[in-house]
Design a binder for this molecule. Structure first.
Ligand code: NAG
Ligand code: NAG
Ligand code: NAG
Ligand code: NAG
Ligand code: NAG
Length: 411
């Protein structure tokens, strides 16, 4: 896989409306428990990994102390299985008292004291996907107020155990209810994932007005096959999805699994690069206490994070799909720069790919190019002249090659 950056003369400015809470003008970054830690509630046998306040304070400590927070990874997000099986006497959700003895309010204070933010999870329906108390229509305002009282910063609203007509009422109602609390709480909607992700069922104009981000597609699992199925779906449907994204409103292809068990190094670089091109939320779901140096270098790559966080917020697209397994992805960035990822699906041997500026929709001209052949080491700008590009992935023993090129017009 390879990545370029290139200068564009004109950029399309996304000006359509987003949820008016001022949040997430660039894709959110942080950590989310689900993919790695699931619904492990066995704190007796697995105290370090069970869903408990210790897991979240441990991750917060790592984010604050290991250089993540400064790069923008500030959300620490709880997913399913945090609550007690019963609401309290006033009908409010409450955390499991054994696993969260300090309570959610104190947990969010723990985050805020470290310059971090806390996210929490609920479900539009009678139960959460894991069988915990859900938020049916008549509990929406109460639960929104509870989260605001706890000083939570983000809320993910899943959609198990509700039908389409309840969801049609519930997702907009929760948006209003969160707004009415007066606390800025970023709102992540799983609604489109329950509608098949595409129009006519999904109305992306409406989603952009009521949610800051939304899951469109199935859950990521810890495998390369899962990453590829997500990549295929998002780019096969880019004409519908890309216009829906912009500052304050993001498509969410789900968590980064870099640092877990399922991806090789090259595959990890590929996920990070494509998530950057997609302007995807960057929620890692891994164990920051034991993460390898290689995985950390990928996730902390400043070039990639810079691309992901570009203020124009334009979601990138696949611009070339060769029948022999090479694909090229492109994203316009501010200041006349753009990013390109070259991705090989081939499984034979290092493959030399020939292409041209014209084929990549660039005018013939002189460009400044940044090349990062080993992904984590980016070279200085070099001049690039002419109309011919040739890349080979022989810097890498695997076939999903990764290196970077940055172009910018030199005057
Ligand atoms: C972008 O590039 C074009 C073409 O080279 C140039 O005319 C324009 O001035 C550049 N804009 C900026 C903001 O650098
Ligand atoms: C609530 O919505 C109004 C109008 O869209 C907006 O100006 C305000 O900032 C929002 N407040 C919060 C807390 O989200
Ligand atoms: C919660 O935090 C408050 C101070 O912010 C503290 O007085 C209290 O003891 C904490 N409660 C628990 C259970 O940790
Ligand atoms: C959805 O669920 C509600 C509440 O259980 C029910 O009244 C309604 O008939 C259901 N609608 C559909 C279309 O199934
Ligand atoms: C989609 O939502 C927008 C904004 O809420 C609305 O104006 C439009 O009519 C909806 N489109 C469809 C096809 O329902």
């Amino acid at each position: 896989m390879r990545l370029f950056l290139l200068v564009l003369t004109s950029v399309l400015c996304g000006t359509s409306v987003a949820l008016d809470n001022g949040l997430m003008r660039t894709p959110p970054m942080g950590w989310l428990a689900w993919e790695r830690f699931r619904c492990d509630i066995d704190c007796y046998n697995d105290p370090k990994n069970c869903i408990s306040e210790t897991l979240f304070t441990d991750m917060a400590d790592r984010l604050a102390e290991d250089g993540w927070r400064e790069l923008g990874y500030v959300y620490v997000n709880i997913d399913d299985c945090w609550s007690s099986m019963e609401r309290d006497q006033q009908g409010r959700l409450q955390a499991d008292p054994k696993r969260f003895p300090m309570g959610i309010r104190n947990l969010s204070q723990y985050m805020h004291a470290r310059g971090l933010k806390l996210g929490i999870y609920g479900d539009m329906g009678s139960h959460t996907c894991g069988g915990y108390p859900g938020t049916p229509l008549d509990k929406i305002e109460l639960d929104a107020q509870t989260f605001a009282d706890w000083e939570v910063d983000m809320f993910k609203f899943d959609g198990c155990y509700s039908n389409a007509s309840e969801q049609e009422k519930g997702y907009p109602l929760m948006s209003k209810a969160l707004n009415a609390t007066g606390r800025p709480i970023a709102y992540s909607c799983s609604w489109p994932a329950y509608q098949g992700g595409l129009p006519p069922k999904v109305n992306y104009t409406q989603l952009g007005k009521i949610c800051n981000l939304w899951r469109n597609y199935g859950d990521i699992q810890d495998s390369w096959g899962s990453v590829l199925s997500i990549v295929d779906w998002f780019f096969d449907n880019q004409d519908v999805l890309a216009p829906a994204a912009g500052p304050g409103r993001w498509n969410d292809p789900d968590m980064l699994i870099v640092g877990d068990f399922g991806l090789s190094l090259d595959q990890s670089q590929t996920q990070m690069s494509l998530w950057a091109i997609m302007a995807a939320p960057l929620f890692m779901s891994n164990d920051l206490r034991t993460i390898s140096a290689d995985a950390r270098r990928i996730l902390q790559n400043k070039v990639l994070i810079g691309i992901n966080q570009d203020p124009l917020g334009i979601q990138g697209r696949r611009i070339v799909k060769e029948k022999y397994g090479i694909e090229v992805f492109w994203r316009p960035l501010q200041n006349n720069v753009s990013a390109l990822v070259f991705f090989s699906r081939r499984s034979d041997m290092p493959y030399r790919y020939h292409t041209s500026l014209k084929k990549l929709n660039y005018a013939t001209g002189n460009y400044k190019v940044t090349i990062c052949p080993y992904f984590t080491i980016c070279g200085d700008f070099v001049s690039f002249c002419g109309d011919f590009l040739s890349f080979c992935n022989d810097v890498s023993p695997c076939n999903n090659f990764v290196s970077f090129f940055a172009f910018s017009v030199s005057l």
